[in-house]
Design a protein around this ligand. Structure first.
Ligand code: HEC
Ligand SMILES: [Cu+2]
Length: 297
């Protein structure tokens, strides 16, 4: 889809360049040539020719040509029925300021990362839990507003495996910048394994001692960890350790990063929806961080 959009853009660019060159040439010629005597009637006829030719015929033809290429491109991004293999359905919900990602066919939920199979159509059903956000992965083409109370569908397809970058593209508040989405297209078998590893994933091991209790009391009402807690107001943490970043792109997700996030998230991402935990001993937060680091299939 992105390639088709790019083709239309390059076509428009070439045509606009041509128009610019031709108009400039005529203009220079008009400035340079000697004025010629014309009768009033002749002058009117020349005027009319320019108005009809340059003002009506040329723009009409240009717009029709543009539509001939543009309409099919637009349609290819619409979730129209297809024959053969059906598109994969993924639901993405925008929150201030993170992305909830859900695969309804397998019941898998993750956050701030969108993993898709390469070479397969993917219908992304987007909506918002609060304000208007916009779903945009520039290199996969298109862009779709995420509107509360409404579901829009955008069809994407990654032609090859690789990492792409998504970004909220509708100003949605203070931390709009820090609303990045890690998008990864994987070879089909790898993607199937990714999903399979998360289906029916349940943990039994709580964080040790105080940390486990603190998590139950202070974190679990917002965050879900399959088997341990089922909060639904914040990023699902079930596969946290497999995500490349924290806070939708604020920090690298590694040992240091996770500890920093729990202690300093209010400074790292001012105004974000997670309460400060200043009254929890830092060592306890570190223990929680160490446990969170083990949450991977
Ligand atoms: C009131 C709900 C709430 C509570 C309680 C809460 N959080 Fe959060 N948490 C959030 C929200 C909202 C975010 C997303 C912030 C953002 O990126 O804008 C978040 C983000 C996170 C992240 C980063 C997730 C990611 O994928 O980037 C981690 C880790 C985390 N919280 C751990 C905890 C821990 C541990 C506790 C308990 C000590 C806790 N949270 C308590 C709401 C909460
Ligand atoms: Cu935004």
């Amino acid at each position: 889809m992105a390639r088709q959009v790019a083709n239309v853009w390059w076509g428009m660019f070439a045509f606009a360049t041509l128009v610019l060159i031709v108009v400039s040439a005529i203009w220079i010629y008009a400035l340079a040539r000697k004025p010629r005597e014309t009768s009033e009637k002749e002058a009117l006829a020349i005027n009319r020719r320019w108005v009809i030719g340059g003002g009506i015929v040329l723009p009409s033809v240009s717009i029709i040509v543009l539509l001939i290429f543009g309409i099919p491109t637009g349609r290819s991004m619409m979730p129209l029925p297809v024959e053969g293999e059906q598109p994969l359905k993924v639901e993405v919900t925008g929150h201030q300021w993170w992305w909830e990602v859900h695969y309804p066919d397998s019941g898998v939920t993750t956050a701030n990362q969108l993993i898709i199979p390469a070479g397969r159509l993917v219908d992304v059903h987007v909506t918002s839990a609060d304000v208007i956000h916009s779903f945009w992965i520039p290199r996969l083409g298109g862009k779709m507003d995420m509107v509360p109370g409404r579901t829009n569908v955008i069809r994407i397809e990654a032609g090859h495996a690789g990492i792409f970058h998504g970004q909220c593209s509708e100003f949605c508040g203070l931390q709009h910048t820090h609303m990045k989405l890690h998008v990864e297209a994987q070879p089909v078998e790898q993607f199937s394994a990714w999903i399979a590893a998360r289906e029916d994933l349940r943990y039994e091991q709580r964080a040790p001692g105080d940390a486990g209790q603190t998590f139950d009391e202070r974190c679990g009402q917002c965050h879900r960890v399959s088997g341990i807690s089922d909060g639904n107001r914040a990023p699902d943490l079930t596969d946290l350790a497999t995500r490349p970043t924290l806070g939708a792109g604020v920090l690298e997700n590694d040992h240091e990063g996770l500890r920093r996030w729990l202690r300093e998230h209010k400074d790292l991402k001012f105004g974000n929806g997670m309460p400060a935990h200043d009254d929890v001993p830092p060592e306890t937060l570190d223990q929680i961080a160490d446990w969170l680091e083990t949450l991977a299939p």
